[in-house]
Structures are given as structure tokens and as C-alpha cells.
Design a protein around this ligand. Structure first.
Ligand code: NAD
Length: 512
């Protein structure tokens, strides 16, 4: 599996720069700065970006606040035209942006392109939405009155995003925010700043074609946690949409709440699947393999726990172990391997620590070792690990952001639902069953407690049409489809009296 990375003429930095050139990113934005950017594909440095400081954050928020005053007056369908143009520009840039996602986040080509497709899909959704920002008309108890609700633009939206969906999360927020009348200030992950610069360059082209959008409608802030903190603390940021670890959410959530700001928190997951006696095992096997090993286990919706009924355990688990032993692992830029790199050494170390803890708790580990023959030493590729656990204890209760699947037996349906829900996170879940009663029970009020509950598909790979997000320590936020747009607008209830009298609600009398 030696490849062009071992060819002395290949340079990932040059490859990156060529992609950035084609995407129209100004080299001044990624050269000579203090934030070093690395590709997990080879572990090598690709760029050095100038960073923003607290004053620059304040200035950016100021520009966005000014832009809000103008943008909120633009009719929503006209705002939708900007997002339509963004969708066109994304279509034109899909190949290059997808490759940049692979370079920066280590995703396979298909997943890199899939992430850009998700951006295009949410643009299409938002364009339609720009003509559907409906409020209700509500029956009033007072004669000669009309009551209705109106949705207004909210204000500046601060977006903080994680490394593993470096561009899709921005687009979920930005496409909705723009049609809802809100400017966006984006603090991408410090591990994936280049895809952010590229996304902004693509939006800049849409803005140029649009013509009369205000300055500061969409801005990118480069830097680490401190830059995110400055954004979170600025009272002019009406909504903070923050995607990342539960640890980050514990810091961001209370700060925004303390100033009565609004937040959408999209945090960690500890997602489980249940394989029941009636499951289509061939289908379950494929769904579990993608859900647990895809994106090298670095999706918020990655399947991390699997409960298998005693009666089918010996039919499916040995096959899964075989799939883990044979799955292709390799450089996502030059091979069609299904599993790419972990993002960095810290991710690999966390994976190894979790596997040690699992062994100490009585687990039997299959796989999990470092794979060294696909890339230089600075990159971290690992064979996904399947761990047979006697119980749901120790590391099984936490999200380790790596490809580890803990497998446990169960015998009683009611008990497995209890166990399924007995972790902090509440993002995604799935059941494999052909039994209607089990399927419906899993989706019912006393079934899965997650924001996403699936039947006969895996935990990962959501479509943009549904609202995305999870409960409990996943933060409760909802993004993307359905009525998630309401989070980006403020609702006013309006009552109009067109009579000549002034009847008070609840029959209250106050005659002067
Ligand atoms: P992370 O929490 O380390 O960082 C996420 C972002 O938060 C980065 O931009 C970081 O700079 C910023 N940040 C960190 N601390 C901050 C603070 N105190 N104030 C303001 N900003 C701060 O996460 P990561 O390692 O980049 O991503 C992996 C995590 O993200 C996993 O836990 C994964 O489950 C989660 N995730 C969740 C979703 C979701 O939709 N629920 C989607 C993708 C990733």
C-alpha cells in the first residue's frame, strides 16, 4: 500500500496550496502566521495561518451587528437568492472542496465529497425555506380581534465548529441563518481552518454575484479556544451555535445562558445499536460496519455500543470481528481505503487508553493496533477495535472519539432499553428488528431517549431534511431541517383589535 506519499516529488503542502488556489483562497490568509495546520493524512504541516485576537473578534462582531441592521430588512425570498447562489458555487467547487476536506480531516474521497453534497442539500432546503417562514394565526377569545405570530430575524449568529465535520456544520447554520436574516461569524476548529477559508471564499463569490449584500454578513475567525470564548462572551452575539465535545458545551452553555443569549449545543454522542433475535443479520452487519468504522470512528453519530441478543450473538459477532480484521485502512488521498487516519496523536493515545481501560474492566479486544505502513510516522492510522465487554462499565460509558465498538450481550428487551439509555449522551440510536412491537417500542416515549432513533439503519449518516441533534449531554440543540430554522429567529405574538371596544382577556374588568 505504498503510494505517492513515498514518492519524493509529492508534497502535501503543495497539493493543499494548489487546491486552495483553485478555490480562490488568498495565500496571505494561510501563510506566515502562528496557527500551524497539519494534515492527518501524513501528519505534515500544510499551512501557517495568521490568527485573530480578542480585538479582532470584537471588530468582526461589530461588523456583523451592523450588517444585521440592513440584512433584516431584505425580504426573505431575496435573502434566499444569496443561498441559491451559494449552492451553485458549491456545486462548481465540489471536487476541490471535497478533496480539501479529505486533506484536512482525513476523510475518504467519498465522504469528503459527501460532506460537500450535504452543504449543497442544505442550501436547496434553505432556498425553499426562504418562502416558508410561516407563523400561525390563532383563534382569540376576544371579539373583533386577530392574533398571530410573526417570525423576525434574530441577530448575529456565532458558529463554533468541530474538526470532524469541518464544513457541513457551518453550512447547516449559515444557509438557515442567512435566509432567516442573520449574519454569521464562524470560529472553525483550529484543526481545520483551511476548509473554513475555502468555504468563505466560495460564499464571497456568491456575494459578489448577489450584488448588494451588506459587508460583514459572513466572517471567519481563525484561532483556538480563546477566540471561541471571545465570541461566546460578546453580548451582541444573539445565538451561539456550538458543535464539539460535551466538555466544550459545559463551558459554553452556562456562559451564554448567564447573559440570556440563546444557544444551540451539538455535543458528544455515545450511540448504540441493538441487534434483536429477528434482525436481518446481513443488513445489520453492513450498517454496523459503516456506523462504527466509517470516518475512522470520528463522527458524533458513530456507533460506539452494540447490544446483541444471546440467540444471535454467535451468528453476527464473529462475522463482525472478521470484518474488523479485514477492513481496508489507508491514505484517503491516494487509495479507496474505507478507513483513514485519526486526526492526531492525542486521538490515537485516547483510543489506546480506552482499550487498556476496557481490558482492565474484563473486555476482550480485537484490533485497535497502530497501522504504520500506509504513511509517514507523524500520521496516526489504527485498525478499528471491536471489544467484547461483559458489562456496560468503565470506558463504555464515555465517548472516546476513535473507532472502538463495545459489544455486549442481552437477553431481555426491557432491560436492554434501560441499558441503552443509561449513558450521559443522547444523540443517535438504532435497532435492528423485523418485529413490529420491538421497533415501535424502541421509537416510543419509553424507548430510546436519543434525538435520533432509527430502525434497520445505523446510527450515522443523517439526511439534512430532519432536525439534527440530541438530548441530555449532547446538549439539546437542533440544526438543519424540519423546523430547526425557528432557533434562528425571534417570535412575536401580535394581537390586533379592529373593534370599537376594549375587551380584556380572561374577562378582566378595568373600567375607568
Ligand atoms: P472540541 O470540543 O475539542 O472543539 C470544538 C470547537 O470548540 C473548536 O472550534 C474549539 O476551538 C472550540 N472550543 C473549545 N473549547 C471552547 C470554549 N471553552 N469556548 C469556546 N469555544 C471552545 O471538539 P473536537 O475535538 O473538534 O470535535 C469532536 C467532538 O465534537 C466530539 O465530542 C463529537 O461528538 C462532537 N461533535 C458533535 C456533533 C453534533 O452535532 N452533536 C457534530 C460533530 C462533532
Amino acid at each position: 500500500m505504498k503510494d505517492e506519499l513515498h514518492d519524493m516529488t509529492y508534497s502535501i503542502a503543495r497539493d493543499t496550496q494548489e487546491v486552495l488556489d483553485r478555490l480562490g483562497v488568498d495565500p496571505a490568509l494561510y501563510t506566515g502566521g502562528t496557527l500551524k495546520s497539519f494534515s492527518p493524512v501524513t501528519g505534515e504541516q500544510t499551512a501557517a495561518l495568521p490568527e485573530h485576537d480578542a480585538a479582532a473578534v470584537a471588530a468582526a462582531v461589530g461588523r456583523a451587528a451592523e450588517a444585521f441592521r440592513a440584512w433584516r430588512e431584505v425580504p426573505a425570498p431575496r435573502r434566499g437568492e444569496l443561498v441559491r447562489l451559494l449552492g451553485e458555487e458549491l456545486r462548481a467547487a465540489k471536487t476541490d472542496l471535497g478533496r480539501l476536506v479529505s486533506i484536512e480531516a482525513g476523510k475518504s474521497p467519498s465522504e469528503g465529497l459527501g460532506e460537500v453534497q450535504e452543504m449543497i442539500d442544505i442550501c436547496d432546503f434553505a432556498v425553499g425555506l426562504s418562502r416558508q417562514l410561516y407563523g400561525l394565526t390563532i383563534a382569540t377569545e376576544r371579539p373583533g380581534h386577530r392574533m398571530m405570530e410573526t417570525w423576525h430575524p434574530l441577530g448575529v449568529v456565532g458558529v463554533i465548529s468541530a474538526f470532524n465535520f469541518p464544513v457541513a456544520v457551518w453550512s447547516w447554520n449559515t444557509a438557515l441563518a442567512l435566509v432567516c436574516g442573520d449574519p454569521v461569524v464562524w470560529k472553525p476548529s483550529e484543526k481545520t481552518p483551511l476548509t473554513a477559508l475555502a468555504s468563505q471564499a466560495i460564499l464571497n463569490r456568491a456575494l459578489a454575484r448577489f450584488g448588494d449584500a451588506p459587508e460583514g454578513l459572513s466572517q471567519v475567525l481563525i484561532g483556538g479556544r480563546e477566540v471561541g470564548e471571545a465570541l461566546v462572551d460578546d453580548p451582541r452575539v444573539a445565538l451561539v451555535s456550538a458543535t464539539g465535545s460535551t466538555r466544550m458545551g459545559r463551558q459554553v452553555g452556562p456562559k451564554v445562558a448567564a447573559r440570556f443569549g440563546r444557544s444551540i449545543l451539538e455535543l458528544g454522542g455515545n450511540n448504540a445499536g441493538i441487534v434483536t433475535p429477528s434482525a436481518d443479520l446481513d443488513m445489520a452487519l453492513r450498517a454496523i460496519a459503516f456506523g462504527a468504522m466509517g470516518t475512522a470512528g470520528q463522527r458524533c453519530t458513530t456507533m460506539r455500543r452494540l447490544f446483541v441478543h444471546d440467540s444471535v450473538y454467535d451468528q453476527i459477532v464473529p462475522r463482525l470481528i472478521k470484518a474488523y480484521a479485514s477492513v481496508s485502512i489507508g491514505n484517503p488521498l491516494t487509495t479507496q481505503a474505507l478507513v483513514g487516519p485519526l486526526v492526531d496523536r492525542a486521538a490515537f493515545d485516547a483510543m489506546q487508553a480506552a482499550l487498556e481501560a476496557a481490558k482492565a474492566a474484563g473486555g476482550t479486544v480485537h484490533g485497535g493496533e497502530r497501522v504504520t505502513d500506509v504513511a509517514p510516522d507523524a500520521a496516526f492510522y489504527a485498525r478499528p477495535a471491536l471489544v467484547e465487554m461483559p458489562d456496560q462499565t468503565g470506558p463504555v460509558l464515555e465517548e472516546t472519539f476513535a473507532p472502538i465498538l463495545y459489544v455486549m450481550r442481552y437477553s431481555d428487551f426491557a432491560q436492554v432499553i434501560e441499558q441503552h439509555n443509561a449513558v450521559g449522551a443522547g444523540l443517535s440510536s438504532s435497532i435492528f428488528t423485523l418485529d413490529l412491537r420491538e421497533a415501535e417500542a424502541f421509537l416510543s416515549a419509553s424507548g430510546s431517549d436519543c434525538g435520533i432513533a432509527n430502525v434497520n439503519i445505523g446510527t450515522s449518516g443523517a439526511e439534512i431534511g430532519g432536525a439534527f441533534g440530541g438530548e441530555k449531554e449532547t446538549g439539546g440543540g437542533r440544526e438543519s431541517g424540519s423546523d430547526a430554522w425557528k432557533g434562528y429567529m425571534r417570535r412575536a405574538t401580535n394581537t390586533i383589535n379592529y373593534s370599537r371596544a376594549l375587551p380584556l382577556a380572561q374577562g378582566v374588568v378595568f373600567d375607568i
